[in-house]
Design a protein around this ligand. Structure first.
Ligand SMILES: [Zn+2]
Length: 318
């Protein structure tokens, strides 16, 4: 059963019995980080070599078809144990809470659906909100199939311990504008530092889910894609859900494909957009600047102007 106590025991047990996970969490304690200010918002850059598996993951259809799915229970290492979560008592909606063996956070979870189904948030955001309230020590996150998920073919959330992402504690350093009041919930448009960002604050599960799907229905689905390009963070504190929706325009920035000195191996996802940029290579950690981070954000998320247009539509819909 999923609860705080069992989760603490799972971590202790897995770090003791699973050598690879134990080593990677130990290595994380020695990981180096630096702070880079973007318009008054303190981004962190983390040099994390173990994350090369995710940042450089091949997620094209052919590569995915040719590998065994690492989130299906039959392919997971025997040593990896998990806690079952049955959402809303529905036996077709079962998740397994696992320790992520390639951590960014001091406590990092991967939460795959038991069934092998595509990464798509439609119909599953309510499970995200429920997991956030069930795990108040964690921030839940969702990476869309073309927005950083390294298993786009197997639905999963991730979660990391609270108090790590600058977005949680530095929300007041972002300029924001109220877009709409919906019942007791408020939707904000972010006007500085991070482009393409919508924040929803709500004390009502029902309102939050309504708002999410109303916004979702207004987002563009690009040709050949299965859903709007999105990263989502969600956490629950003192009875209030905070949800950050990053509306994306691109999967990987030009820096990822550039040759020579221009190259920066970075594949932004929820954690990077929430304020912790992950660089698996030391050369990138050394050289990445505020300008690079700004350029990357401008490339991968919609612009402030595009967000303004979207927020006008949201205002009419809510
Ligand atoms: Zn699978």
């Amino acid at each position: 059963m999923l609860n705080r106590e069992n989760l603490v025991s799972l971590f202790d047990e897995q770090l003791a019995s699973w050598e690879q996970a134990g080593n990677n969490y130990k290595a994380l304690e020695r990981v180096i980080a630096k702070e880079v200010d973007i318009d008054g918002f303190p981004f962190k850059v983390q040099f994390n070599p173990a994350r090369i598996v995710s940042s450089a993951a091949k997620v094209d259809t052919k590569s995915i078809q040719e590998r065994k799915c690492f989130l299906c229970s039959e392919n997971r290492p025997a040593v990896q144990k998990g806690l079952e979560y049955i959402h809303n008592g529905d036996r077709t909606d079962i998740y397994t809470v696992l320790v992520n063996p390639f951590p960014i956070f001091p406590k990092h979870l991967t939460i795959p659906l038991l069934a092998h189904k595509d990464q798509a948030i439609l119909g599953r955001f309510d499970a995200m909100a429920d997991l956030a309230s069930l795990l108040p020590d964690y921030t839940l996150f969702y990476n869309g199939p073309k927005c950083g998920a390294s298993a786009p073919d197997h639905f999963h959330f991730q979660a990391g311990n609270r108090g790590f992402l600058p977005l949680e504690d530095c929300m007041d350093k972002l300029q924001k504008k109220e877009v709409s009041h919906y019942g007791n919930s408020i939707v904000y448009e972010v006007l500085s530092a991070i482009n393409g960002l919508i924040i929803v604050k709500s004390s009502s599960r029902k309102e939050l889910i309504d708002i999410f799907y109303k916004i979702y229905s207004l987002l563009e689905v690009k040709e050949g894609e299965t859903e709007p390009m999105l990263n989502i963070l969600c956490w629950f504190d003192k009875g209030i859900w905070t949800t950050a929706l990053f509306v994306r325009s691109k999967h990987r920035p030009s820096h990822y494909f550039a040759e020579g000195d221009e190259n920066i191996l970075i594949s932004p996802a929820s954690v990077d957009l929430g304020g912790v940029f992950i660089t698996p290579l030391e050369k990138d950690f050394e050289k990445i600047s505020a300008k690079d981070i700004k350029d990357i954000l401008n490339e991968v998320c919609i612009s402030f102007d595009e967000l303004e247009v979207l927020c006008r539509k949201i205002k009419l819909k809510l």
